[in-house]
Ligand binder design. Structure first.
Ligand code: ZN
Ligand code: ZN
Length: 353
């Protein structure tokens, strides 16, 4: 027995997303079935749809910023009740045995976590060998990988928290960002706008570091205290050695030296956007002030729940533009152009129309 589902699929790297019928597994005792109501559009969805990272297998159903309501549950589910608002982020399974899984850092599972889409489905129960994501009407997920959504937040605007939100929250927590610190967020897109909101809510003084005066003004409306234009050589010079932490959301390879020089002694810049070769990294800014450069990947299940609860307490959600499912291809083109403030979210009620 399986559950009949429908969604949107890419059949090849060059085909547009189009309607698709497929199967989800029937719930096992510890599984939750979710009626998906919203799904965010992450840049990774687009890279994968177009096979820009070379690992996509087709048919491919994207979507790892999923929000919905609990439908039937397995007999051993303890965390959730039917009708509750829940979310699913970038992972739906991991080995649960390695040190990383033991520490609730499933995103660093040493045996490889199961991504919400385009991963080998080790649980099975359907004819497909791969996981299918949230551009669809339902999904079956083990309760350990399902998150509780605070009731006071707009569920559509919560969806991108499950990838863009946790990707920015996790390094800010890891490097203990807080009051009395000056934090720079480099780049203002889906990630950067959440970085500004979180760093501000954690009590830091926040600078938006951008090439665009317009984006600087937008960042102030989101909670940034100041703007540093990276194209202004004098301002960059004057700001050297003044930052306690930098969150670098630039999505492409770039010269990191101008930013590293902004850090104080012993401070760290964390790369979360560029999943490609950094064009230039000199040892000099690292050596001269004992600075560090690090990377960070999404977050584990306990920390993702902590982030959602933090958002509930601080009334934080993403700024979104809601779209109908049929407009997803146009939304992809606009996302690539940076023409969205700051995340598209698909209203799944439009799937059947
Ligand atoms: Zn994502
Ligand atoms: Zn593991």
């Amino acid at each position: 027995m399986t559950i009949q589902a429908q969604g949107y699929v890419a059949q090849s790297a060059t085909s547009e997303l189009a309607p698709f019928k497929f199967e989800r597994r029937d719930p096992r005792p510890t599984d939750v079935v979710i009626d998906i109501l919203y799904c965010g559009i992450c840049h990774s969805d687009i890279h994968s749809a177009r096979n820009e990272w070379g690992w996509t297998r087709y048919p491919y159903v994207p979507g790892h910023e999923i929000v919905g309501r609990v439908k039937p549950i397995g007999g051993k589910v303890t965390k959730f009740k039917v009708g509750e608002w829940v979310g699913v982020g970038c992972l739906v399974d991991s080995c649960r045995k390695c040190p990383a899984c033991g520490e609730g850092l499933e995103q660093y599972c040493e045996n490889g976590y199961t991504g919400t889409y385009n991963s080998e489905d080790k649980i099975g129960g359907t004819p497909h060998k791969m996981t299918f994501g949230g551009y669809s009407d339902k999904i079956t997920v083990e309760e350990r990988f399902v998150l509780r959504i605070p009731e006071n937040l707009d569920p559509a605007a919560v969806a991108p928290l499950l990838c863009a939100g946790i990707t920015t929250y996790s390094p800010l927590k890891r490097w203990k960002v807080g009051s009395g610190q000056k934090v720079g967020v480099i780049g203002l897109g889906g990630l950067g706008h959440m970085g500004v909101k979180f760093a501000h809510a954690m009590g830091a003084r926040v600078a938006m570091i951008t090439t665009s005066p317009k984006k600087g003004e937008d960042a102030k409306a989101l909670g940034a205290d100041e703007v540093l234009l990276s194209t202004d050589a004098k301002a960059m010079q004057a700001a050297q050695g003044s930052f306690d932490f930098l969150l670098n959301t630039i999505p492409v390879g770039h010269d990191t030296d101008p930013y590293m020089n902004l850090l104080k002694r012993d401070a760290t810049m964390v790369i979360i956007g560029a999943v490609e070769t950094l064009k230039h990294v000199s040892g000099i800014p690292l050596i001269l002030r004992r600075r560090s450069m690090a990377g960070s990947l999404i977050g584990g299940l306990p920390e993702t729940q902590e982030m959602l609860d933090f958002c509930g307490r601080h009334d934080i959600v993403c700024n979104i533009e809601k779209i109908a499912m049929k407009d997803v291809n146009e939304a992809y083109d606009r996302t690539v152009k940076g023409d969205v403030k700051y995340r598209f979210v698909i209203d799944m009620a439009t799937l059947k129309s």
